[in-house]
Design a protein around this ligand. Sequence first.
Ligand code: KG4
Ligand code: ZN
Length: 388
Amino acid sequence: MTLLAIETSCDETSVAVVRDGKILSNVVSSQTQLHAEYGGVVPELAAREHLRNLVPVAKSALREAGISTAQLDAVAATQGPGLPNALLVGFKAAQAVAFALSKPFVGINHHEAHLYSPWIQNVSPSPLRGERAGVRGSSIVGSSNANTSSTELSDPSPSIPLPSEGRGKPDFAADFSKFQPNISLIVSGGHTMLVLVESELKHRVLGSTIDDAAGECFDKTGKMMGLNYPAGPEIDRLAEQGNSAAFDFPRPLLNDASDDFSFSGLKTSVRYFLRDNPALLDDAQKIRDLCASVQAAIVEVLVTKTIRAAKRNNVRCVTASGGVTCNRSLRNELQRTCEREGFQLLLAEKNLCTDNAAMIGILAERKLAAKIPLSSLDEEIKPGWVLA
Ligand code: KG4
Ligand code: ZN
């Protein structure tokens, strides 16, 4: 089956073509730079950018996959949750394509797609595998993480060519043959949740944040330090040369029996700390120490609660996805702890941590294979769709 998938729930316009679990293309046009000027995502701007970029991104995805619309067997799109006007652009466009082609259409829950994204891995023969391939192939097969610039979009010639062309580009595919029940951590700028995935397409949310998401905590504390939006990647970079024990910040709900999270107290604590120690921001090393200390507090809470949930639910596997899963300290700590405790760990590939249409397409394919009822072409978006 060859399926076209569209994702426009927030500030990434993404279109992917997947075939039988393989990612043939996954083009992502990120609006991060546009929203940076405003210190966060501006919903109306996001929707306008999706409108402007969707067709060129879709053309790129089809071209990179070497597929014409006539070869498509099905169409999928993110139905929710997300920004209403942003969702509308991709969802309605996908319904229109399905209508025009008379093909099945599937509306996908964005968070459910994140749950299965760690099962999409680089399947290229070595030496393309691993970190090196991850870097070189950071835009996945054929994708150039297309910028919003229309010139780039009109010719997003892949910097790393397809393996089928003999030029050594990584291949990504979903492999559910070794699927096992797992605890899945979804951690992004808008969400932080722990989900028990009992079997394919069967899951139960155990807990989520009662206030700020972990990514929001990175972004807002970073803003207090004078870092640009989104501050998460910058904190990650600065923390590398900082002392994580320099300052002691609270670990909210760390010892709480629930699987819920809370990060607003940590954010407030950083605010008061900086109010009382303003001179600290004049010292570059102190800023690095601050970044490392804030990061350590967030990472300790995420890792401890994830592992505790895995033990309590008797699963042997942990997965993680969402933008914050790009954080190197979180990846290393999850790796270290899972090794020590004997859990298998599947981290989403870095380029699949952030929002992308490949994960939407992979889940849609699984749903079609499982013969779930199709979505109607009259269905509406579900901006507040809560994962159960
Ligand atoms: O999943 P995502 O692209 O968008 C949604 O929020 O849905 O996640 C973006 C979030 C931002 O808060 C950003 O600061 C955070 O992920 N992030 C990171 C890193 N890379 C992205 N946080 C910490 N360390 C990183 N390396
Ligand atoms: Zn997401």
